[in-house]
Design a binder for this molecule. Sequence first.
Ligand SMILES: Nc1ncnc2c1ncn2[C@@H]1O[C@H](COP(=O)(O)OP(=O)(O)O)[C@@H](O)[C@H]1O
Ligand SMILES: [Mg+2]
Ligand SMILES: [Zn+2]
Length: 261
Amino acid sequence: MTDLLKQLEQIKKTAAERHEKHTRKALCEVHQSEYIEDNRTASGNYEGECPLCKTERESAAMAELANLRRIKRIKQSGLPPRFHDRTLESYKATNPRQQSALEAVKSYVADLDGLRNGRSLLMIGNVGVGKTHFAAGVINELVKPDNKFDAVYTTARDMIRDIRSTWKNPDRDESEAIDHYAKTSLLVIDEVGVQYGSESEAILMFDVIDKRYGSRLPTVFISNLKMAEVKAILTDRIIDRLREDNGLTVQLEWTSQRGAA
Ligand SMILES: Nc1ncnc2c1ncn2[C@@H]1O[C@H](COP(=O)(O)OP(=O)(O)O)[C@@H](O)[C@H]1O
Ligand SMILES: [Mg+2]
Ligand SMILES: [Zn+2]
C-alpha cells in the first residue's frame, strides 16, 4: 500500500518536473502580469498567451462578428447603400429648427424603448432636408449588435408594387408579401404620396399598418407633401391608429441640405 502511494508520488513528481521543463514564466507587457508559456515548440522556443490578452482578443472578435451581423441586417432592410452610414451622430444641426428636429427624432428613438410601444413617426418636409437621413439614423439606432431587431425600408410606391406583383405570381401569396412589411421590427415608408393614391392602394397600406398596429410595431412615414395632403392619402383609419399610439409628427421646414454634408 505504502509502496503504491510512493509510486504514485513519484509519478506526480515526474509529471510536474516534465511540465516545468516545458513551461516558462512570462510577463505580459500590456497587463503587467505574469503568465505561463506552456507550449514548447520543436525549435525549443516557449510559446503562450496571456489569459487576459486572450479574453480581450476573443471578445473583440465576437464584437466584430456581432457588428457584421448588424450590418447585414441593415443591408437586408432595403435602405439605399448611400444611407447605410447615415446616423443621428452624423446629422449636423446648424440651425435651431434642425436642432429641435434632431432632438425630436432622438426622443422618438428613446421612446421606442426596445420596441415596447408601437409609437410611429411621421416626418414631412421638402426634398433634401434630411428626412431619409433621419430614417437611416432611426434604423441604425434600433438595429444593434446586441439585439435581433430588423428593419424594412421601402418607398410607398415600391411597397404597393411589390404586394400587387403577387396577384400575378402563383409562387408568392399576397399575405406573404404583406407580412414582409407587417412583421418587421421597424418599417420605414418613404415618399408617401408619390404612389397614385387610388383606393386600392390605400387599402393595401391599411392592411400593412393595421397588422403592425395589432402587434404594436412602429412605422416611420416620410412625405414631402403638406400635412393635409398626407392625412388624405393615409386616410383617417391610419391616422387614428397613429394618434392612438401617441404618434409623433416632425416637420422639417428649411431648404435642401443636399451637398452640404
Ligand atoms: N443636417 C444634415 N447633416 C448632414 N447631412 C445631411 C443633413 N441634412 C441632409 N443631409 C444629407 O443631405 C442629403 C439629402 O438628404 P436626404 O435625407 O436624402 O433628404 P430628403 O430625404 O429629405 O429628401 C443626404 O446625403 C443627407 O445625408
Ligand atoms: Mg428622401
Ligand atoms: Zn495581457
